[in-house]
Design a binder for this molecule. Structure first.
Ligand code: SAH
Length: 215
């Protein structure tokens, strides 16, 4: 793994900050403490790589705020070997966190260029995940059902295909709202036909654009 000593201390500080902000799952914190976030962004932004903020990655998109990544991952309650689908690969940061948690990760990104970049980053750092370029509002039916699905862009509504691709006992973590503000929903699939929904805190994501998302 590429390492640069200069980032070790800021990364540890970020972990401490996330713990203070309420992230409790030590496995999530360990993953954040390991992943070289700076390598996923432009070198001009390296001094901000371990601040708890979203940063631009081109194409009008962002690498999510570490707190958001940590919170969404924590909400998935991943067990080793779980099959997890991520919608919005973006920088591949969240994807790496999921890999570090021992999940089998599938991830869909609508921007071709980001898809190719993510593929390269994952390879460089030795992470294995299945990536696809396409519209994630339709999920990824080929590998369904999933134990967990995490959407990393803000949706206007919950796309039905995602619900349908959940395993019984599986959960979908998705921010839903308008373009300015979304509430994090966690939806459990209780049985073939029953679901339970929790409403958590507010966030601000880039829009989920697609057939079952924003136009
Ligand atoms: N998980 C990413 C977050 C990137 S921001 C990370 O850790 O960095 C959200 C991403 O969702 C963007 O890259 C955007 O292009 C992508 N996106 C938006 N709508 C999408 C859709 N319908 N399907 C797949 N990806 C989508």
């Amino acid at each position: 793994m590429l390492e640069n000593r200069r980032f070790v201390r800021p990364r540890q500080k970020l972990v401490d900050q996330l713990r203070e902000k309420g992230i409790q799952d030590e496995r999530v914190l360990m993953a954040i403490g390991k992943i070289p976030r700076h390598t996923l962004i432009d070198s001009g932004l390296h001094n901000k790589a371990y601040q708890d903020t979203a940063l631009p990655i081109g194409m009008g998109q962002t690498i999510s705020q570490p707190y958001t990544v940590a919170r969404q991952t924590e909400l998935l309650e991943i067990k080793k070997g779980d099959k997890i689908l991520e919608i919005g690969t973006g920088s591949s940061y969240q994807c790496m966190v999921l890999c570090e948690m021992g999940a089998n990760v599938y991830s869909v990104e609508r921007h071709n260029e980001l898809y190719h970049r993510a593929k390269k980053h994952l390879q460089t750092h030795g992470y294995r995940a299945m990536l696809k370029a396409g519209d994630g509002t339709l999920g990824w039916s080929t590998y369904a059902p999933y134990d967990g699905i995490v959407v990393t862009a803000g949706a206007p509504v919950v796309p039905q295909d995602l619900i349908a691709q959940l395993n019984i006992g599986g959960k979908l973590v998705i921010p839903v709202g308008d373009e300015k503000k979304q509430v994090m929903l966690r939806i459990f699939r209780v049985s073939e036909t029953e679901y339970q929904q929790e409403e958590l805190d507010n966030f601000k994501f880039v829009p989920l654009i697609g057939e079952k998302g924003w136009k």
